[in-house]
Write a protein that binds this ligand. Structure first.
Ligand SMILES: [Fe+2]
Length: 161
């Protein structure tokens, strides 16, 4: 298993001991970021994006919410936390850490088009969330979801679970 995945799961377990009110439970968060990391690998291969960057971005994209329980503005507020986490727990260069942290910061802008890594994490986040029945009524989410369905040559149709 990818070491960073394990480290991020351990981090999330630690945060579960913090006594904060959470929009999503830690088991839900862990399920989401680990499955997002696997989806990120697949999309990265499809789009010729460096797999390690894509995977790491997926693992840490919700780090602020995992630490604080708070969803509001978690992407922007996750920038510094993601950076600090990767500086401590990965071998990425400062340049790569910056790229990942910027993608984390911008990942909630689902209605905007960003750079390839930003687009990857937005699509991955949406694609994974859709299978948990989240935000299926949002146009930008639905468009991103079906874009990935087409990209992966999956059958069209209803994917609401
Ligand atoms: Fe997410």
């Amino acid at each position: 298993m990818n070491k960073l995945t394990e480290t991020m799961v351990v981090y999330a377990f630690k945060m579960d001991k913090e006594n904060v009110k959470r929009i999503f439970s830690i088991p839900q968060e862990i399920t989401h970021f680990t499955s997002s990391a696997q989806i990120a690998r697949i999309i990265a291969k499809k789009r010729n994006i460096k797999e390690s960057l894509a995977t790491a971005t997926a693992l840490v994209h919700d780090i602020y919410r995992i630490k604080t329980g708070i969803n509001e503005n978690h992407a922007v507020l996750g920038y510094e936390l993601a950076k600090a986490f990767l500086e401590e727990n990965s071998e990425f260069s400062n340049e790569d850490i910056e790229k990942i942290a910027v993608a984390v910061k911008n990942h909630s802008k689902k209605d905007q088009i960003g750079n390839p890594l930003e687009e990857l994490i937005k699509d991955v986040d949406v694609f994974d969330s859709y299978f948990y029945d989240i935000k299926k009524d949002n146009k930008f989410y639905r468009d991103r979801f079906y874009k990935v369905v087409n990209e992966l040559n999956l059958p069209e149709g209803e994917y609401y679970y």
